[in-house]
Design a binder for this molecule. Structure first.
Ligand SMILES: [Zn+2]
Length: 261
């Protein structure tokens, strides 16, 4: 009786089969994730217009939504992580295959015993699935969630802890300090145009917020500007700015509250 041939655990991929390797991709969930994020943002906006004070009876529901939002961020980060790892694995597979002879009856045993030291890509891929990923702590909506209880009835209120400005480990220290120091308010107008923010942009260097319209005129002739906020000497380029979602929500709340008054 002929000995039973068992397929080795690891086999090289032949150049003829490279196209099959190329076809292996992760399903792209970015549209679904982005739709779910939008739904969460709309839920919060609707809730903000339903009550002028923080709805304590719905605090659990808001916490739940925040948790769902964090899960989405985690899924998004995982997706990004896995697709980059998948592409690494593919090129590693191609690379190690190129230095390995083709499988035939004569060298079958050498493959069964993995004498070529091939990495088991399938196993590696399974292991990668359970890696944990970090979510972006500077996500704009996480910041909004953090601020909601404070700015709900007073959108100009200073928040005790801004994840943009402080590292999470310093959270408690900062909280105490800020509450004591700050009696001021957050202006909802651009420091340059002195008009209400329409498209607020925050500098990630000094956390000052300037309206996009003002920035466009400031950067029209200069590549780099000095922060227009008095007393701030930071040198800034357009790349230092991102949309200030929290300021956006502050303005939205102030408009909602004005309508009610
Ligand atoms: Zn500044």
């Amino acid at each position: 009786m002929a000995p039973r041939l068992e397929l080795p655990d690891t086999l090289p991929v032949t150049s003829r089969r490279h196209d099959i390797l190329n076809q292996i991709t992760l399903p792209d969930l970015s549209r679904e994730i982005s739709a779910a994020k939008t739904a969460i943002q709309e839920f919060i906006t609707t809730l903000l217009s339903s009550s002028t004070t923080f709805p304590t009876d719905r605090a659990d529901e808001i916490k739940e939504v925040e948790r769902a939002y964090r899960d989405l961020l985690r899924q998004e980060a995982k997706q990004k992580y896995l697709s980059s790892k998948l592409s690494d694995l593919k090129s590693e597979y191609r690379h190690q295959s190129s230095g390995t002879p083709r499988l035939d009856r004569d060298n079958w045993n050498s493959f069964s015993q993995n004498e070529h030291g091939l990495v088991n890509m399938g196993k590696r891929w399974v292991e990668l699935q359970s890696d944990s990923v970090e979510i972006d702590r500077k996500d704009q909506w996480l910041r909004v969630f953090c601020a909601l209880p404070y700015i709900w009835s007073d959108p100009t209120r200073i928040i005790p802890y801004d994840p943009f400005e402080s590292e999470p480990t310093q959270e408690e220290d900062d909280e105490e300090e800020d509450v004591k120091v700050d009696g001021g308010i957050i202006e909802l107008t651009c420091p340059v145009s002195v008009k209400k923010f329409e498209k607020p942009m925050i500098s990630l260097k000094c956390f000052h917020t300037i309206d996009n319209e003002s920035l466009e005129s400031l950067f029209r002739s200069e590549r780099s500007i000095q922060c227009p906020v008095p007393g701030c000497n930071n040198s800034l380029t357009p790349r230092d700015f991102v949309t200030d979602r929290l300021m956006h929500i502050r303005v939205l709340i102030s408009e909602l509250r004005e309508q009610i008054r």
